[in-house]
Design a protein around this ligand. Structure first.
Ligand code: GAR
Length: 220
């Protein structure tokens, strides 16, 4: 009898972007518990799409302006992603507000990276707003997405110190370094089914018997 455990199926990850795609690059550079099988954008000229194509990854672009409603746009995104049988969707600098049509469809397997320590500074211009408020710590958050913008169970956060001479640009650069650390980490936890969610609180299950790959990595 073959007693070897079957290898866990790797998750198929879809990534949505709107711009340069440095967080996408971090996902491709690091082990994130699954394979990025498709990258989509609402911007036809998003730099991150080139990056994905260069890496041999399937891409699509859907111009949100061509849809009569947010819901219709969201449904087209769902169609593109489900056509590639994705298990997990990562919003990595995707700058469109999604409706419940999308967030309900992918509930529990939809992750967003946001450039602030949520619940502080949801929305745009987070670095300038943090500076204007004189905060001494700023940072980034990866969370599960709900229908409420920039709100949802927090998986990981990283903080940076705000220095006296920081500008919105220098602060953004410091935060971005941390984003590239916590996004692959959080995606891996989701792909390895290690998140236990209780309301807004997320705890991380320790590596168990069903996580053969992680165990063998730790051992070896
Ligand atoms: C990142 O800083 C990300 O946190 C932010 O957009 C940037 C995308 O950069 N996302 C949001 O503001 C979403 N509300 P990237 O394209 O280089 O990954």
């Amino acid at each position: 009898m073959n007693t070897m455990a079957a290898p866990a199926t790797r998750k198929r990850i879809g990534v949505l972007i709107s711009g340069r795609g440095s967080n996408l690059a971090a996902l491709l550079r690091n082990e994130c518990g699954g394979d990025v099988v498709v990258v989509g954008s609402n911007k036809l000229d998003a730099k991150g799409l080139e990056l994905a194509r260069d890496a041999g990854i399937d891409t699509f672009a859907v111009n949100h302006k061509q849809f009569p409603s947010r819901e219709a746009f969201d449904q087209s995104l769902i169609d593109e992603l489900t056509a590639r049988s994705v298990d997990v969707v990562v919003l990595a600098g995707f700058m469109r507000i999604l409706t419940p049509v999308f967030t309900d469809h992918f509930a529990g397997c939809l992750i967003n990276i946001h450039p602030s320590l949520l619940p502080s500074y949801p929305g745009l211009d987070t670095h300038a707003r943090a500076l204007a408020d004189g905060v001494k710590l700023h940072g980034c958050t990866v969370h599960l997405v709900t229908s409420v913008l920039d709100h949802g169970p927090i998986i990981a956060q990283a903080a940076v110190q705000v220095d006296d001479d920081d500008t919105a640009e220098t602060l953004a650069a410091k935060v971005l370094v941390q984003e590239h650390q916590i996004l692959p980490y959080a995606v891996r936890l989701l792909c390895e089914d290690r998140l236990q969610v209780d309301g807004l609180r997320v705890s991380i299950r320790s590596v168990g018997a069903g996580l053969g790959r992680a165990v063998s990595e730790a051992a070896g």
